[in-house]
Design a protein around this ligand. Structure first.
Ligand code: PMP
Length: 409
């Protein structure tokens, strides 16, 4: 195949080799690492670039996925996806507004609305698309955004061209002060949206939703909550909004189907007017092909299992055991959810620890700047419901050995 060989430095072209070199120099270059399956045990391959991956190494114990309930390989979920293919086809074939709206989508949306305690829900092709589509369609004058909100929320604020006021992480007092200041300066008819993750993906912290509701109600603003890392894991398969019984106080509940629900896609749950508005005005819904039917069906089955099964209990037992034992081993484990940030501090130490874990067949990634602030590099440990007691014990043993070898224990 002919290569489109441009001369680096072409006046109006893009010197991508130089941009990649720059990333290398700043330690920001990322590689892909294919896995042979999405499960608690898998083989990983080095980045094959344009070639097929070769899975020659040992099997790793994976503590790095958002597949929290371990449902990606569950037979019931796989069968649901297969049945949807038989019934309606592999892809939606068009935007939902044209010919891509199927019974499978409607069943998923009914189940999501029931779980989230709302009138309606709407499925998007990803959580990213749900955040971008929803915030741009609301078109707020001002967004008040937690400083650690997910990148898709940050991008949505930019695309919505909203004035964005960033408040301190999980700090209702700071939010309230910023709102006070804004209301002194601004016109009374500005529309305000407060947006927060419920569970923060790199910190395992939980937003103080009830206090945020109080503040939002005081100022007449709206609250939007991103339940990506909570959906399926709390009361009746809901998120933190359900745990804290705030269904009637949160205006927009958003989440993904791609984490505990073991599939792909995003959703927004809220009242009839919200969903009808998004169907008409959320550009990532209107101008994008409908969610693939097997993904919708897999998510619906996973949600059913999350609501009915003891999977959630197994996850919480694993998370608590791992947290206690890593702490006993001498690690500083933060957060209060199934996401366990094991603090290391120095960036290179975190990379060395992740490499030492990997040599011992435990996959848990180092999270470092710019994803987290300088001096707060960490290993993000994510247990799954399907890890066995001996998997958890092995993980802790490996953390002890690796931490000693790297010199941080
Ligand atoms: N919100 C949060 C908090 C997330 O962590 C993610 C994914 N990492 C998303 C939104 C985007 O969801 P998706 O992967 O389904 O696009």
């Amino acid at each position: 195949m002919a290569d489109c060989d441009r001369t680096p430095g072409d006046e109006r072209g893009f010197d991508l080799a130089e941009r990649l070199d720059e990333r290398d120099r700043r330690g920001l270059r990322r590689d892909l690492q294919p896995v042979d399956r999405v499960a608690e045990r898998s083989r990983m391959a080095a980045d094959p670039n344009g070639h097929p991956p070769s899975f020659t190494g040992d099997e790793l114990l994976v503590f790095a996925a958002n597949n929290y309930l371990g449902l990606t390989t569950d037979e019931r979920v796989r069968n649901a996806a297969a049945q949807a293919i038989d019934a309606v086809g592999t892809g939606a074939g068009a935007s939902r507004l044209l010919t891509g709206d199927t019974e499978v989508h409607r069943e998923l949306e009914r189940a999501l609305a029931d779980t989230k305690g709302t009138e309606r829900a709407l499925a998007f092709s990803s959580g990213y698309a749900a955040n971008v589509g929803t915030i741009t369609a609301l078109a707020p004058d001002v967004v008040f955004s937690d400083e650690l909100n997910h990148a898709s929320i940050v991008d949505a604020c930019r695309l919505a061209d909203a004035e964005t006021v960033v408040y301190d992480h999980c700090d209702p007092d700071d939010l309230s002060q910023r709102m006070d200041r804004r209301s002194a300066d601004a016109a009374g008819d500005e529309s305000w949206l407060v947006v927060t993750d419920s569970v923060f993906s790199m910190d395992g912290t939980v937003a103080p939703l009830s206090e945020l509701c109080d503040i939002v109600e005081e100022y007449g603003a709206w609250l939007m909550v991103d339940e990506a890392h909570a959906t399926g894991l709390y009361r009746d398969g809901g998120g933190i909004v359900q745990r804290d019984e705030l269904e009637n106080r949160v205006d927009v509940q958003m989440g993904t189907l791609s984490k505990a629900l073991a599939s792909q896609g995003g959703y927004v749950a809220g009242n009839e007017a919200l969903v009808e508005h998004l169907v008409n005005a959320a550009r990532s819904f209107v101008f994008s092909t409908g969610l693939a039917p097997p993904a919708a069906a897999a998510a619906r089955k996973a949600l059913q299992i999350a609501r009915a099964d003891d999977r959630r209990d197994a996850l919480w037992v694993n998370a608590a055991t791992l947290r206690d034992r890593l702490t006993d081993a001498g690690y500083d484990v933060r957060g209060e959810t199934q996401i366990l940030p094991v603090m290391v501090g120095d960036r290179d130490d975190a990379l060395d620890l992740a490499a030492a874990l990997r040599e011992r067949c435990v996959a848990a990634p180092a999270i470092r700047p710019p994803t987290v602030p300088d001096g707060t590099s960490r290993i993000r440990v994510a247990p799954m419901a399907t890890h066995t007691e001996s998997d958890i014990a092995h993980c802790v043993d490996v953390f002890r050995e690796a931490g000693t070898e790297v010199g941080i224990l």
